[in-house]
Design a protein around this ligand. Structure first.
Ligand SMILES: Nc1ncnc2c1ncn2[C@@H]1O[C@H](COP(=O)(O)OP(=O)(O)OP(=O)(O)O)[C@@H](O)[C@H]1O
Ligand SMILES: [Mg+2]
Length: 453
């Protein structure tokens, strides 16, 4: 049973939905205006709100916004007589869960309600740790996070597990991209295969046959027919890690697969259907690579349907205590240790440190400290010196005098100027240090107006 609130100025709709939903076993409340609806929402904290866009007093979008402010977990299904795409997109963007046209088709509404309730359930399950944290009952594979950014990510995970849309996960190294991919998989198709492919680890020609398979004799060395990862993943998940490293040639092929949901094995003619969900991950900013011509924009838009941006650890330090609890718990079990925690003094160092390697770095440091520690509390002597790293990291997320954080462009410009100061105007050497090509360097010099003659 769920608590459902119907907000619609049409009395007959209110009454018929009330009747139908009550019969389905839900607890129903109804309101004829936006104001009345918001009041009722405060009183009963509904699980689902069915909301008409045209209301006599306040417009539906404002009601939606206020509802979300008040109770961000409520799932709002919007209803309207208008069929235009803009309204639909706007409704979804502003946080509606679903969107249904009038006249209401009761089956469609029922499906939307079921989906909303399942999603709520899933979100509660995934973020269940928030409630359980004090009892320290963590499961392996849980995603730890308490801040707003992570809560939003839990929600997105909840939504994407209801479909098979492509998901793009962006985040610095060690932020948990693969962990999130696995959680999505486990909550979508746990009995089907999960197959990870690291796009940077294999040479281009082999990667193609790795992904799509090949027919016997299609190239030297292809002594027998081989199925590719897309086929092996069946109805499961294919995780394309480090997608930014895929060659432009293969990007074109992948784009075709995403468009047609079919492909051919290398050297073959049969069309093979893609049933697996594709999750791509990268620790680079794909948009920038698109702007630099290193990643196809059409592929980017295909991948970018649902994007999960994981913030780096230094931007969500509020998660640190819980993460440390979680990781120490895991370490204690694996290494048969009884580490109780991290000293206050060390926690202060942790808070100041920049964590370039993010959660993986935190985990590695804790493992090493747990191995060498003599006592049950990990102290300064159990860790390498992180204070140097802190200043490095602070330089990387530089602030100006007023405390405003620098933009990436500003940091990039500063760094390029610093390198030029160090090595002089030697383009070859500068490119080498920065790890970029000459044309990229030229573009950047022009962009930042750095004179170079
Ligand atoms: N929110 C989190 N809660 C608990 N553990 C986490 C979380 N995020 C990451 N981890 C752990 O940190 C380690 C690194 O995560 P993962 O391998 O998913 O990172 P990644 O983003 O794929 O890194 P890379 O870019 O280096 O491949 C793993 O052991 C993972 O379980
Ligand atoms: Mg990874």
């Amino acid at each position: 049973m769920a608590k459902i609130l119907v907000i619609d100025d049409d009395k007959s709709i209110r009454e018929s939905l009330d009747l139908y939903l009550t019969e389905e076993g839900h607890q129903v409340a109804a309101a004829g205006t936006g104001t009345e609806g918001l009041n009722k929402a405060t009183q009963i904290s509904p699980d689902v709100v069915i909301l008409d866009i045209r209301l006599p007093d306040i417009d539906g979008f404002t009601v939606l916004e206020d509802l979300k402010d008040e109770n961000e977990d409520a799932k709002v299904i919007m209803i309207t007589a208008h069929h235009d795409m803009d309204t639909t997109i706007r409704a979804m963007k502003e946080g509606a869960f679903d969107y249904i046209h009038k006249p209401i088709n009761i089956d469609e509404l029922e499906i939307a309600i079921q989906k909303a309730l399942r999603t709520s359930e899933m979100e509660k399950k995934i973020s269940g740790l928030l409630v359980e944290s004090s009892s320290r009952s963590f499961k392996v594979g849980d995603i730890i996070g308490t801040g707003k950014a992570m809560r939003e990510i839990f929600k997105t995970i909840g939504v994407v597990t209801q479909s098979r849309t492509t998901v793009l996960i962006q985040g610095e190294s060690g932020t948990g991209k693969e962990l999130i991919a696995k959680v999505i998989h486990n909550n979508t198709s746990p009995t089907e295969p999960y197959i990870a492919v690291n796009c940077s680890a294999i040479v281009d020609t082999l990667l193609e046959s790795e992904l799509f398979g090949h027919e016997k004799g299609s190239f030297t060395g292809a002594i027998s027919k081989k199925l590719g990862k897309f086929e092996l993943a069946r109805y499961g998940t294919i995780f394309l890690d480090e997608i930014s490293e895929m060659s432009l040639n293969l990007q074109a092929k992948l784009l075709r697969v995403l468009q047609e949901l079919e492909f051919e094995r290398v050297g073959g003619k049969d069309r093979v259907r893609v049933n697996a969900r594709i999750i791509a991950a990268t620790n680079k900013d794909l948009k920038t690579l698109v702007d630099e011509g290193r990643f196809r924009d059409d592929l980017y838009y295909r991948l970018n349907i649902v994007t999960i941006n994981i913030p780096p650890l230094r931007e969500r330090k509020e998660d640190m205590p819980l993460l440390i609890d979680y990781l120490l718990n895991k370490i204690n079990m694996e290494l048969h240790k009884k580490i109780a925690g991290v000293s206050k003094e060390m926690m202060d160092v942790f808070y100041r440190y920049g964590w370039p390697g993010n959660i993986r770095e935190l985990e590695n440091l804790l493992v090493r400290a747990a191995v060498v520690a003599k006592g049950h509390v990990l102290g300064r002597e159990d860790f390498p010196d992180l204070t140097g790293g802190a200043s490095r990291a602070e330089a990387a997320c530089a602030e100006d005098a007023s405390g405003r954080m620098s933009t990436l462009d500003e940091i990039e410009e500063k760094h390029i100027r610093r390198v030029i100061e160090r090595v002089g105007k030697n383009k070859g050497e500068i490119c080498e240090i920065l790890g970029i090509s000459r044309p990229t360097l030229e573009r950047k010099l022009e962009k930042y107006g750095i004179a170079f003659d």
